[in-house]
Design a protein. Structure first.
Length: 731
């Protein structure tokens, strides 16, 4: 007798006649399954396959749960979970947004990452090659979201095309509808040959996969998944690693102990028997129940129709109200936009916004006036190519790059020349600030500019006028000193002229002596000429000694005249505003020589020069200050007094010059005004009132100070403090 056949018959009879067992309704769980081979999918017969279904079945068997697998695509599964159509979601990544409406188990099932798949010879080597190209993703797939985020970080923006499943994504790549597609690495590598695709080198954003249920639905049952996963992961020979190796390692299914046909036959017979048994028990109850339901259904249907009509009327009313609200909101937005534009146009400064490419994205009315162009014409134009002079363009682009990089010095006030639409030049002073998007990334700059062209022209005119006044004051000083300088020149010129007359007489005598010598040499009557007497008569020996002294005195006088003329020329020439290292003591000495005739009849001059370092300054301007102070000191002395000049170094970075006199002094009420332009304490016609004002300006331009101390009847002291600059301009 065949015992194997007997065993099968016994099993069949037990299944047929034993009453059906009902699963625990509280543990009946519907599981959503979408196509993500080999992790989970539905085969052609409608059976759930893959790693997740195997794990779920094993846990359900141990916990005596009744499991039902529901086929859906990814987006449908998410929707079914929220609607309650399914209880459990597989192969789902954690996100903070999903965690607000879903519960997750704690132990991840596995880790996956996204990858880009393309057609062979697709010429996609990096994420930059996907810019502006169509790329397929599965709808609501986290891999697609991660790809978009990663691409934007590289400044890459693609044309995203959504599909309901990863199979649909691969079909779109295969057909050429898109150039590339996003899929989990495990799915893609399993199916690239099937669709004739290849994997690119672009991989991104690894993440873990979990189980998830609707918020508060499964509760502690989710913890069961964590319990078994943690237990299995500790044993490399566990069911978990067996299934992981099978589905992801490409192994064949284990051989079934019972033949497939027998299992299917027994299952079918068992199901039919159970169905007949249940139908037999419940048919009568259902018929009675259905009769009652049909009787009440007519009444219920009429009531439902009335409720539907009322709901439709209410809905139409709410639609009308909402439409009115949206119209009102749209009108308000238009008004706010117009108000914001009015604020920009009312601003008295130029407002211009540039994107990171330097293209104009905003220009207010004041900016349009300055550039001589309308906003419509200027938008999207490149600021540097159209409104920056060509010679400044490269430099301004560097400044723009530094501003985008956050250079704080460039974010502050920056002044440069711009061109109007007509090609005219304007000088604009800009304040700059960075523009950011919602992610905090820099997307451009906003600049407020003030047209300072007129202001800079006025400043240039002021500088020209100031230089003119400096020169006029200098010429006035030269005019005051002219008589004294002429006297200084006349003295040496007087004895030079006298010496030249004397030398003329000497030359006549020498010529007479030389003529006598010539006659003696040519005459036969030698005894009639006595050269010795003639030499004594003409005083040739005295002339020979005296002529050397006359020449020496004349040369000395000529040098004195030359020195006076050079000092006067250097003082009176037009100021070239050159700054160089200068010896202040030498500047004072040069000034004294020019003004000496103005000083020597009024005062005794005392000089106390200290050892001071060279100072970076404009020597001609400093000479003008010194001559103003020296001449004023001389004018303040009525009969005979003293002028004291002193220089010293009071610190490591400053030197001092003081010019004191024993003159009349300045009264306290006049002292605060002595540096005012055109204010003078002298008699009418003896001063311009600009000397001290110009001196004050010159010292200030040298970053120095000039102070005054005066006592009426005792005298006045002016003290100048100058910084010691090394290897740099001070003005």
């Amino acid at each position: 007798m065949n015992y194997k056949k007997v065993r099968y018959i016994v099993i069949f009879l037990l299944v047929l006649f034993l009453p059906p067992t009902h699963g625990n309704a509280e543990k009946s769980i519907k599981v959503g399954v979408f196509s993500l081979k080999p992790i989970n999918y539905m085969d052609k017969s409608g059976e759930a396959k893959g790693l997740y279904p195997d794990l779920i079945r094993e846990i359900a068997a141990k916990e005596q749960w009744e499991m039902q697998f529901v086929s859906c695509n990814w987006a449908e599964c998410l929707q079914f979970l929220q609607e309650g159509t399914i209880d459990l979601m597989t192969t789902i990544a954690y996100t903070p947004e999903r965690a607000k409406v879903m519960d997750y188990n704690s132990e991840p099932v596995m880790d996956i990452w996204g990858q880009i798949f393309i057609r062979p010879k697709g010429n996609i080597n990096s994420i930059l090659d996907l810019a502006d190209k169509p790329v397929a993703i599965m709808k609501r797939d986290i891999n697609g979201k991660n790809f978009i985020t990663t691409a934007e970080k590289f400044g890459v923006y693609c044309e995203i095309v959504e599909f309901p499943s990863h199979d649909a994504v691969f079909k779109a790549i295969q057909s050429g509808e898109v150039v590339a597609g996003v899929a989990p690495q495990h799915f893609g590598m399993r199916h690239v040959k099937e669709y004739g695709l290849v994997a690119s080198s672009i991989q991104f954003s690894p993440f873990s996969l979990y189980f998830a249920s609707k918020k508060g639905l499964l509760g502690s049952n989710l913890a069961k998944f964590d319990h078994y996963l943690s237990l299995w992961k500790k044993d490399k020979n566990s069911f978990y690693y067996n299934r992981l190796s099978y589905w992801l390692g490409g192994k064949e299914f284990e051989r079934e102990i019972i033949p497939v046909w027998l299992v299917a036959t027994i299952a079918t017979i068992s199901a039919l028997a159970a169905l007949l048994y249940v139908l037999n028990l419940t048919l009568n109850v259902k018929v009675k129940k259905r009769t009652v339901e049909l009787e009440s259904e007519i009444v219920s249907r009429k009531k439902t129709e009335e409720e539907l009509k009322e709901a439709r009327d209410n809905l139409e009313h709410r639609v009308e109200e909402r439409t009115a609200e949206l119209v009102m909101i749209n009108d308000q937005l238009i008004q706010e936009e117009q108000k914001a534009q009015n604020y920009l146009d009312v601003a008295s400064v130029m407002l211009v916004a540039l994107n990171i490419a330097g293209e104009i994205t905003l220009l207010n009315q004041k900016g349009c006036e300055i550039l001589g162009i309308t906003e419509k014409e200027v938008l999207a134009r490149n600021w540097f190519d159209h409104f920056i002079p060509e010679e400044d363009r490269a430099e301004m682009k560097k400044v723009f790059a530094q501003i985008l990089a956050g250079n704080e010095m460039m974010l502050a006030l920056y002044e440069n020349v711009i061109l109007t639409d007509a090609g005219d030049s304007r000088i604009v002073s800009f304040n700059n600030s960075l523009l950011h998007n919602n992610s905090g990334e820099v997307i451009g700059i906003l600049s407020s500019g003030v047209d300072v062209t007129k202001q800079r022209q006025d400043e240039e005119e002021k500088r020209s006028m100031q230089a003119f006044l400096y020169q006029q004051e200098k010429m006035a000083s030269v005019g005051q000193l002219a008589a004294g300088v002429a006297h200084e020149i006349n003295n040496p010129m007087g004895f030079i002229t006298s010496n030249l007359r004397t030398m003329g007489n000497y030359v006549d005598r020498i010529f007479d002596y030389l003529s006598a010598q010539s006659d003696l040499l040519n005459s036969s009557q030698v005894e009639n000429i006595d050269l010795g007497k003639l030499k004594k008569k003409l005083k040739i020996d005295y002339i020979s000694e005296d002529i050397v002294e006359l020449l020496s005195e004349s040369l000395d006088g000529a040098n004195r005249v030359k020195e006076i003329v050079q000092n006067l020329k250097g003082f009176s020439r037009i100021d070239e505003e050159k700054v160089k290292q200068s010896d202040i003591n030498e500047c004072i000495e040069s000034t004294i020589k020019v003004a000496w005739n103005e000083l020597k009849y009024k005062a005794t001059l005392s000089k106390d020069y200290g050892e001071i370092p060279l100072v970076s300054c404009n020597a001609q301007q400093m000479n003008q200050v010194f001559i103003n102070l020296l001449v004023n000191a001389a004018h303040s002395i009525e009969d005979n007094g003293e002028i004291i000049i002193k220089t010293w170094q009071n610190s490591t970075d400053h030197i001092n010059v003081s010019i004191s006199d024993t003159g009349q002094g300045i009264s306290p009420e006049k002292l605060p005004r002595i540096f005012e332009p055109f204010y003078t304490t002298k008699e009418m016609g003896k001063g311009t009132g600009l000397g001290l004002s110009i001196s004050y300006d010159i010292i200030k331009k040298h970053n120095g100070q000039i102070t005054v101390d005066s006592v009426v009847g005792k005298g006045t002291t002016f003290t100048i403090t100058l910084p010691i600059f090394k290897d740099q301009d001070c003005i």
